[in-house]
Design a protein around this ligand. Sequence first.
Ligand SMILES: [Cu+2]
Length: 176
Amino acid sequence: MAVAAERRWAIVVGIIIFVLVLMMIVTGIHWSAMPPSRVETIDPRTLHVSGEFVEANLGTTLTAEGKVVVRLVAQQYSFEPPCIVVPAGMPVTFRGTATDVVHGFVVGTTNANVMLIPGFVATFTTTFPKTGEHLMPCHEYCGTGHETMWGRVQVLPSEEFMAKAKRGERLNCVRR
Ligand SMILES: [Cu+2]
């Protein structure tokens, strides 16, 4: 009687251990086979032809919901657009990707800092407290022209930015 009861418990515990080990194996294989969640992918071969990152869609926009969104593309050896306008004191969402190799950028000494990887959309939201102009270097070694790869970011007073943005166009500060 006691032996039979012990055997029953041994079987139950054995099944529990087996299920736990199986869960570890299945989730481990699943995680290593899938891209991480909340990562947006994009085909770098068709970036310039269609979708969010076509040339006419790059720059800064004020969305219908009143959000400021900056879209940019990095390639050897420049950013498009090379001069970005943003308002001071308002949340600004950056969305960027790369066409060829891994690039990245940091905006002056702010915490706006991201890697741009072909095939993925990098996004983050930040606020620039002060107006002024920042340099925006590429900070991932991307080839022989890497040290010439710079952009600029102009932080405008929010009223000045809003006045420009109301025209509904894609803003940038590239001199024409
Ligand atoms: Cu670069």
